[in-house]
Design a protein around this ligand. Structure first.
Ligand code: PLP
Length: 326
């Protein structure tokens, strides 16, 4: 029975969903959204704040600041509330209203940037604003999830060893890539400790992370419009790109079985199924996929037929299970 005193103490996830009943193929979905931050980003938040504390960067009057459009902002709001620290989230007009309200409920200060940078868009405008805050007030401590090694290290020290312990006969791991923290931490861990485990990175189609051209994306979480500095593509055995409609189909398949997952989880699920269909027709692999988030924050988007119709101009197709796409 876990008894906790701080919200971030409930961090370890021992919950794996066996997808065999849904997919006809055994694979385990490690469910990372069952904590008080609602996503895997609570691990990164805990790791980055702890590193900043160790480095002596955080004092009682410090104000943690981060540019985030969602889950890291919520996760840092949780940690800051527990530690009685101020947290300022610089977000932009794409951040959904519920996310801002959740952060404020935890006591965070949320600032919304509305004017895009002429070339770097809203993300660059957010980063410029964070730099401006830090330059003008020494109390600000910027954690910088895109460049902070404590981001990937959190997964090297917690997420990956948990998987190795829980599933010792693992042969292939599927991990989504946003900042790259989760995927790089896991890839480094398995390279150092269990070399035979393949680590497959799952990215959103239209993301530039692995050198493919940018295209419009509507679902936050995975993928990036600027190549994330933490990502070293050479650490992965393979890379899979997933289109947004496939993400939505995967989410809808799960929800019709009573599991409401978020967009990143649907993307990783879709990527894992398509990779296994191509590379493991004999079903020899023991596969785990990391599901970063739950579905409530997507109720107005991924789970809304009207939103899908408006964005994509067609209804959601059924999830393709075992047909060979080639
Ligand atoms: C919902 C969700 N899934 C996945 C990710 C990506 O994880 P990472 O930043 O570790 O690559 C993020 C992070 O930005 C996220 O918010």
């Amino acid at each position: 029975m876990p008894i906790i005193a701080a919200p971030q103490d409930l961090l370890e996830s021992e919950v794996y969903i066996d997808l065999e009943r849904m997919l006809g193929r055994k694979m385990y979905m490690k469910t990372e959204g069952l904590n008080f931050g609602g996503s895997i980003k609570l691990r990164s938040a805990v790791g980055m704040v702890a590193a900043a504390e160790r480095d002596g960067l955080i004092r009682s009057d410090s104000i943690i600041v981060e540019s985030s459009s969602g889950n890291l902002g919520i996760a840092l709001s949780v940690v800051a509330a527990d530690k009685k620290l101020r947290f300022r989230c610089v977000t932009d007009a794409r951040c959904n209203a519920a996310t801002i309200l959740v952060m404020r409920a935890f006591g965070a200060e949320v600032e919304t940037v509305t004017e895009p940078h002429p070339t770097g868009g809203l993300l660059q405008a957010r980063l410029d604003r964070v730099r401006e805050l830090c330059a003008n007030d020494p109390r600000y401590v910027w954690l910088d999830q895109y460049g902070n090694p404590a981001n990937w290290n959190a997964h090297y020290e917690t997420t990956a060893p948990e998987i190795a312990k829980h599933v010792p006969d693992l042969t292939v791991l599927f991990v989504g890539v946003g900042t790259g923290g989760t995927a790089i931490g896991c890839a480094r861990y398995f390279r150092d400790t269990m070399k035979d485990v393949r680590v497959v990175a799952v990215d959103a189609a239209g993301s530039v992370t692995f050198g493919t051209p940018a295209a419009p994306r509507h679902i936050p979480g995975l993928g990036a419009g600027v190549r994330p500095p933490l990502v070293d593509p050479g650490l992965f055995d393979d890379i899979v790109h997933v289109g947004e409609m496939d993400t939505i189909s995967a989410c809808r398949l799960m929800s019709r079985h009573g599991f409401l997952f978020g967009g990143s989880s649907g993307t990783v699920l879709s990527g894992a199924v398509s990779w296994l269909r191509r590379h493991d027709p004999e079903r020899r692999h023991r596969a785990v996929l990391v599901a970063p988030d739950m579905g409530e924050r997507y109720i107005d988007t991924i789970y809304s037929d009207a939103w899908v119709q408006e964005r994509f101009g067609r209804p959601v197709p059924p999830f393709v299970l075992e047909e060979d796409p080639s």
